[in-house]
Design a protein around this ligand. Structure first.
Ligand code: IPE
Ligand code: IPE
Ligand code: MG
Length: 248
């Protein structure tokens, strides 16, 4: 039986977050330079976005470039930014065909102007789509996001717009980049690394984590289905006991 048919459509995570890791190592294994791996990684993005849409996932957030990635060699950063622009331009018609809405989170103003312009155009062109929402995390890090949120809350408190005693979880969420996006139920990281690398620290508080040794350019449709199936076999207790859940 194919993997996709084994998925329980009633229990598909509505939001999957992915740390797409291992492009450089994948390229090195082929005797190529790291940039080649990033190019190949785009094919995995296309595949995974299609697969997510097909099984009814509502949101997919892809960690594409972290705040810390600015510290890579300039040639690699430049190549990644160029790849971003060319991919967004080339893929926008396909996103529209597939009813995918593009969004982005991160310190977007730190992106090169051409990149930001393409991104904003594509976000606008796909804004009416009602299927999957594809969120690109670009120049993103969780600590950057939390610092920005704390600064805005402090400013609002100073201006009398927020009452410090009234601050709640829901309230804080309104100051995050993800304010209109539900928290991910499933977080996938490829390439065998078991760390979170400054990704969605708040939003992943109760996510299920799935790690695979596959390098990102090798991660395709069936790998996503395998991760979803693995997720569906877990018991999410949210602090309760297993008995409490079965008594429902
Ligand atoms: C992930 O692959 C892509 C980005 C971080 C932009 P890497 O480039 O981190 O590849 P490895 O981990 O060095 O193999
Ligand atoms: C995390 O991958 C960031 C992205 C996938 C964009 P890295 O390859 O940058 O993470 P570390 O540095 O190995 O933790
Ligand atoms: Mg890496």
């Amino acid at each position: 039986m194919s993997l996709v048919t084994q998925i329980n459509k009633e229990k598909v995570p509505q939001h999957i977050a992915i740390i797409m890791d291992g492009n450089g190592r994948w390229a090195k294994k082929q005797g190529e330079n790291r940039i080649y791996g990033h190019y190949e990684g785009v094919n995995s993005v296309r595949d995974v976005v299609a697969a997510a849409g097909e099984v009814g996932v509502k949101y997919i957030t892809l960690y594409a470039f972290s705040t810390e990635n600015w510290n890579r060699p300039k040639e690699e950063v430049d190549a990644l930014m160029e790849l971003l622009v060319s991919t967004i331009t080339a893929e926008t018609p396909q996103l529209n065909n597939k009813n995918v809405r593009l969004q982005a989170i991160g310190n977007l103003n730190s992106l090169p102007p051409a990149c930001l312009q393409e991104l904003n155009e594509s976000i606008e062109l796909t804004s009416k789509n009602t299927g999957l929402t594809l969120v690109l995390a670009l120049s993103y890090s969780s600590k950057w996001e939390l610092i920005s949120a704390v600064k805005q809350i402090a400013a609002d408190a100073k201006n009398g717009l927020v009452n410090i005693e009234d601050i709640t979880e829901k309230n804080i969420e309104q100051y995050l980049c993800t304010k209109h996006i539900p928290d991910p139920e499933l977080m996938i990281r490829t390439s065998g690394e078991h760390r979170i690398s400054n990704f969605l620290l708040w939003q992943l508080a109760y996510a299920e984590f799935y790690f695979t040794d596959k390098l990102w350019p090798d991660f395709r449709k069936d790998d996503l289905y395998e991760a979803i199936l693995n997720y569906q076999n877990r018991e999410r207790r949210f602090g309760k006991t297993s008995d409490q859940l079965t008594q429902l």
